[in-house]
Design a protein around this ligand. Structure first.
Ligand code: PCA
Length: 213
């Protein structure tokens, strides 16, 4: 299979983005799958346009986008992208949209069509703490997940797509009090395992990752 995997450039106060550091370091050399890696800009709309260009060029079977979620304790596989931009900080081009549609008159949300529970199971089996997340936020990561799934629904439902958020690296966490982090090698192992599970499982498994409030 051809797998497109993307990370993001650094944004906000951070000088490094673990998502691209990890994407850059992964390797599927032992498998028959082909990996295409790219770094997306942390800019509303430009990020989606760059992603669409990559999809049109490489025609992947699977698209996995990866972003930083500073403060999260686990790798988190996103279940859903929602049709809203609501920026807490400006993107890297200075845009701060508030309550704007990503796609005017588009669906309110789209679910990832990757086997997210199977991916989480395999990642946890490898010792990489992983959870399902029910919100990718309302910044550029959610924007890209929504844009990806909109493309898949409208243009090519054969593609499997989704998003994983990764924690800070330890070097980043040293700057903040009481903040979780994960070593790069574990993030890399988690992503490699996620990709292999996405290639292997044709349908998802039924195990609960539900939450109560
Ligand atoms: N994280 C941000 C955008 C880029 C990234 O790595 C987010 O969660 O929206």
């Amino acid at each position: 299979m051809t797998v497109l995997i993307t990370g993001f450039a650094p944004f906000g106060e951070d000088k490094i983005n673990p998502s691209y550091e990890a994407v850059n370091a992964i390797s599927l050399e032992q498998s028959e799958h082909q990996l295409i890696k790219a770094c997306l800009p942390v800019v509303f709309h430009q990020s989606i346009e760059a992603l669409y260009q990559l999809i049109e060029t490489h025609r992947p079977d699977i698209v996995l986008c990866v972003g930083q979620a500073g403060g999260r304790t686990h790798m988190t596989i996103e279940r859903v992208g929602i049709n809203i931009d609501d920026a807490r900080i400006p993107d890297n081009a200075g845009n701060s949209p508030i309550d704007q549609w990503i796609v005017q008159d588009g669906a309110d949300g789209y679910f990832s069509n990757l086997p997210i529970k199977a991916m989480a199971l395999e990642m946890n089996k490898k010792g990489v703490p992983t959870m399902i997340s029910n919100t990718a936020g309302t910044f550029v990561c959610n924007h890209v997940l929504y844009g990806l799934m909109h493309y898949i629904h409208k243009k090519n439902p054969q593609i499997k797509g989704g998003f994983i958020h990764v924690p800070y690296l330890p070097s980043q966490a040293t700057l903040y009090a009481n903040t979780a982090s994960m070593h790069l090698e574990d993030i890399v192992k988690g992503l490699e395992t996620a990709i292999l599970a996405a290639c292997e499982y044709q349908t998802d498994i039924k195990i609960s990752h539900g939450t109560t409030c």
